[in-house]
Design a protein around this ligand. Structure first.
Ligand SMILES: NC(=O)C1=CN([C@@H]2O[C@H](COP(=O)(O)OP(=O)(O)OC[C@H]3O[C@@H](n4cnc5c(N)ncnc54)[C@H](OP(=O)(O)O)[C@@H]3O)[C@@H](O)[C@H]2O)C=CC1
Ligand SMILES: N[C@@H](CC(=O)OP(=O)(O)O)C(=O)O
Length: 387
C-alpha cells in the first residue's frame, strides 16, 4: 500500500536533527513531503523555513497531532521515544516511525536501517508490514558502510574494532567541553609556547598539572579531562555477568552494540548464543570533533589476496573509497579532518597481519552525524515514499 507523505519531524533543531534537515534540503526531500514540525519546548512557535502549510510548531507530546502523520522522523532522543512511542501505538497509530535513538533498536519488530548494507532486510520487513525503522549505532553504521562488503561476501569469521570516537557522540555539550578544555590548556602555557627557548618538559608539567586540576564544571560532561587525553569507556557499564562465560562479561554498552547491532543489521542472529559473527573490541573516546575512526582486525574464513579485498570493498557502495596503504595517502585521506562534513567513508591501511594470511587489518573513518546518524533516516524516508 502506498505510504502517505504527511511527515512529522521531531528533534529537528538538535545537532543530529539539524544535520538531517540540511541533508533533506540538499537532496530535495522536502519537495516530496508535507512536513509538520514538532517541538517539545516551543509549541506554537514559528516552524523553520522548510515548513509549507503548517507554519507553526506543534506540541511533540500531543498524541492526537502526531497520530495524523503518515511517517514520523525523530532525532529527539531516547527519553522522548520511550515516553511517546508506546502511547502512539497504544492509541492505534499505524504509521511509520523512523528514529535516531537506540531505545527500540533491539526490539523484535524494529529494523536497524542502513540500506546500502541491508536493503534486502529492510525490503523484506516492509513486505511483512514493518513500521519501526531505527538508525544504528554511529560506530557500527560507519564501520559497515566501509567494510560491509566482506560480510556480504560471507568472508568474515570474526572481527575486532578498536575505536577512536569523537566528542560529538556524546552530544553538542561534549564538543563544547572538549574545545573549552583545549583552550584552557593552551592558555596555561601560552607564554612558554611563544618563547622558542622554553623547555618542553616545563610545558608538559604545567599541562599535566592543569589537566589534573580541571574543576567539576570544566569536566561536567565527560567526567574527566579529554583534551590531551583519552577515555577508554563509552556508554553504560553493563556490569560483570553472572559467570565468565557471559558474552557481556566486562563490556561497555558501546562495545556490546558492536556485536549485537552488526549482526542484527546483517539479518543474522542478533543475540549472543544464536548464530552470529563474533564482533568485539574496545571503544575509546578521543579528542576529535565528529568523526569516528576504527582500527579493524578480521579473521577471514580463507586466505584472500589483498587486491581482491580492496576491490570488493571499493565496489560495495557509492561512498566507500579505498585509500592506498601508503604514508602519504593515509595521512591526507584517512583522518577525521579529511572526512568531516562529507558522506565519504575511506577505508585504508588494508594489509595482511603477521598472525597469518587469513588475518587482515584495515582502518576506517566516518562522519558520525552523517552516516552515523542522519543519513540512514532520510534514506529510509525515501524508501517508504518510493514503496
Ligand atoms: N549525538 C549523536 O552522536 C547521536 C545521537 N543520536 C540520537 O539523537 C538524539 C539527539 O541527539 P542530539 O541531536 O545530539 O541532541 P541535542 O541535544 O542537540 O538535541 C535534542 C533536542 O534538544 C532540544 N534543545 C534544547 N536546547 C537546545 C538548543 N540550544 N539547541 C538545539 N536543541 C535544543 C531540542 O528539542 P526541542 O526543539 O523540542 O526543544 C532538540 O531537538 C540522541 O539523544 C540520540 O538518541 C543518534 C546517533 C548519534
Ligand atoms: N554512543 C555513541 C553515540 C550514540 O548516540 O550512540 P547510540 O545511537 O548507539 O546511542 C557515542 O558516544 O559515540
Amino acid at each position: 500500500m502506498k505510504v502517505g507523505n504527511l511527515v512529522g519531524l521531531v528533534g529537528w533543531r538538535g545537532m543530529v536533527g539539524s544535520v538531517l534537515l540540511d541533508r533533506m534540503q540538499a537532496e530535495g526531500d522536502f519537495g516530496l513531503i508535507e512536513p509538520v514540525f514538532f517541538s517539545t519546548s516551543n509549541a506554537g512557535g514559528k516552524a523553520p523555513a522548510q515548513a509549507k502549510n503548517e507554519s507553526t510548531l506543534k506540541d511533540a507530546h500531543d498524541i492526537a497531532a502526531l497520530k495524523k502523520c503518515d511517517i514520523i522522523i525523530t532525532a529527539q532522543g531516547g527519553d522522548y521515544t520511550a515516553e511517546i512511542f508506546p502511547k502512539l501505538r497504544a492509541a492505534g497509530w499505524n504509521g511509520h516511525w523512523i528514529d535516531a535513538a537506540s531505545t527500540l533498536r533491539m526490539k523484535d519488530d524494529a529494523i536497524i536501517i542502513l540500506d546500502p548494507v541491508n536493503l534486502p532486510v529492510i525490503k523484506s520487513a516492509l513486505a511483512r508490514g514493518g513500521q519501526n525503522w531505527i538508525g544504528g549505532n554511529c560506530t557500527v553504521s560507519c564501520m559497515l558502510m566501509g567494510v560491509g562488503a566482506l560480510y556480504k561476501a560471507g568472508l568474515v569469521e570474526w572481527m575486532t574494532a578498536m575505536t577512536y570516537q569523537a566528542a560529538s557522540g556524546g552530544g553538542a555539550q561534549h564538543m563544547r567541553e572538549l574545545l573549552t578544555q583545549f583552550g584552557t590548556l593552551n592558555h596555561e602555557v601560552r607564554a612558554l609556547l611563544d618563547d622558542p627557548k622554553s623547555a618542553i618538559l616545563e610545558i608538559d608539567r604545567k599541562i599535566l598539572a592543569r589537566q589534573q586540576s580541571l574543576s567539576a564544571a570544566e569536566t561536567a560532561h565527560f567526567g574527566v579531562p579529554l583534551a590531551g587525553s583519552l577515555i577508554p569507556w563509552i556508554d553504560k557499564d553493563l556490569g560483570i555477568g553472572k559467570n565468565p562465560d557471559d558474552a557481556e562479561w566486562g563490556m561497555s554498552k558501546e562495545e556490546w552494540k558492536a556485536g549485537a547491532e552488526t549482526n542484527k543489521i546483517l539479518g543474522q542472529g542478533a543475540a549472543f548464543g544464536t548464530p552470529h559473527t563474533p564482533v568485539d573490541g574496545f571503544c575509546v573516546r578521543i579528542g576529535a570533533m565528529r568523526c569516528h575512526s576504527q582500527a579493524l582486525t578480521f579473521k577471514l574464513k580463507k586466505d584472500v589476496p589483498t587486491a581482491d579485498i580492496e576491490a570488493l570493498i571499493a565496489a560495495d557502495n557509492a561512498w566507500v573509497k579505498v585509500v592506498p596503504n601508503t604514508r602519504e595517502a593515509t595521512i591526507h585521506d584517512l583522518t577525521p579532518v579529511a572526512v568531516t562534513g562529507t558522506l565519504g567513508i575511506p577505508v585504508g591501511r588494508i594489509r595482511k597481519l603477521a598472525m597469518g594470511p587469513e588475518y587482515v587489518g584495515a582502518f576506517t573513518v566516518g562522519d558520525q552525524l552523517l552516516w552515523g546518524a542522519a543519513e540512514p533516516l532520510r534514506r529510509m524516508l525515501r524508501i517508504l515514499l518510493d514503496a
